[in-house]
Design a protein around this ligand. Structure first.
Ligand code: SIN
Length: 324
């Protein structure tokens, strides 16, 4: 039987960043081929390696992510594994999930412990990601994140801890599956994926993300909306709440650009109609803001970037967020 052809695309991050003898000085220097090393899985798959970037993920741009999405779309491999820094991993994975069509497995992974530290987790995470990318059950599941022997949907996963190797969690949903010995277990299939919103050509629009905090000044919204951005995302309290004093500035911003609201809690879905106090979810809708459903602020921002870059009008933007 032919071995599955897997493309390994490397962007940098801790998985590519060995430390010196003192355990410091981490910087991305390892290529995709270095990272794959002599992993046992190499014999089971036909592996093509490509080093696309050698960066800390905080230094990646959305142009880098668009280039990654295009390289994935162009490869004819049976499955794709992407290695990237964990800081922005959830955003890279979500942007791929939201923009790529098709059933081919795309699996994103990285590491929390560098080579040179005791117990680096990169090799095990990469091995797991390769196993999942080569597994038939991973087809049609959207982009998956494999970390610490768990399989998460890019749609829900978040980095939740600064240093733990088990940092990736899906607070709203839990993992879709897990790895045990050499077996991939995916008991929970993703039933539905919204239509892909591919990156458009040309410069990518700027979308600002503002998080509300207790006693904040609504001038922050006016300032953010005046940066030349094409859209705004607001991370609200709880199920979609702000101080009533923010409403005039939000109303004004929403009359000029799409303003999406998400919850700053990081899990669960926004309310639609429960509260009636000033600054409630109803007031935000009445002010023209677009609810992000259960997307967090960072994911809602990426979806809005994709929609604006693909030329969606207000109706299209509202329809896409109603279908997340
Ligand atoms: C990064 O995101 O590039 C640094 C941190 C990491 O990979 O864990």
């Amino acid at each position: 039987m032919a071995r599955p052809r897997i493309a390994l695309l490397a962007l940098g991050g801790t998985i590519a960043s060995p430390v010196d003898a003192a355990g410091t000085g981490a910087t991305a220097t390892l290529t995709a081929d270095d990272i794959a090393g002599d992993l046992g899985m190499r014999a089971a798959v036909d592996l093509e390696t490509r080093t696309l970037r050698m960066l800390a993920s905080s230094n990646l741009t959305l142009d880098d992510v668009r280039d990654l999405a295009r390289q994935i779309a162009a490869t004819d491999a049976d499955g794709i594994v992407v290695t990237v820094g964990t800081d922005a991993l959830e955003e890279v994975a979500f942007a791929l999930d939201a923009s790529l069509a098709g059933d081919r497995p795309v699996v994103v992974t990285g590491a929390m412990r560098n080579v040179g530290h005791p117990g680096p987790d990169g090799p095990a995470n990469l091995l797991g990601a390769l196993r999942v990318a080569a597994h038939p059950d991973a087809r049609g599941q959207g982009v998956l994140v494999v970390f610490a022997d768990e399989v998460h949907s890019a749609r829900y996963v978040r980095k939740t801890h600064t240093s733990s190797p088990a940092t990736f969690r899906s607070p709203t949903l839990g993992p879709l599956g897990f790895l045990v010995e050499d077996r991939v277990r995916l008991p929970f299939a993703r039933r539905r994926r919204p239509a892909a919103v591919p990156f458009g050509d040309g410069p990518l629009p700027s979308v600002a993300l503002v998080r509300v905090t207790l006693g904040d000044d609504p001038a922050l919204i006016t300032a953010a909306a005046s940066t030349g951005c094409a859209g705004l995302v607001l991370e609200t309290f709880g199920a979609g709440h702000v101080a009533a004093a923010w409403l005039p500035a939000l109303r004004e911003a929403a009359s000029r650009m799409p303003v999406v609201f998400a919850s700053r809690t990081g899990s669960g879905e926004l309310y639609e109609k429960l509260a009636a106090f000033p600054g409630s979810e109803r007031d935000l809708r009445d002010a023209g803001l677009i609810p992000a459903g259960d997307l967090d602020g960072a994911k809602a921002r990426l979806l809005l970037v994709l929609l604006l870059s693909s030329g969606a009008d207000e109706r299209g933007i509202r329809a896409a967020f109603a279908d997340v």
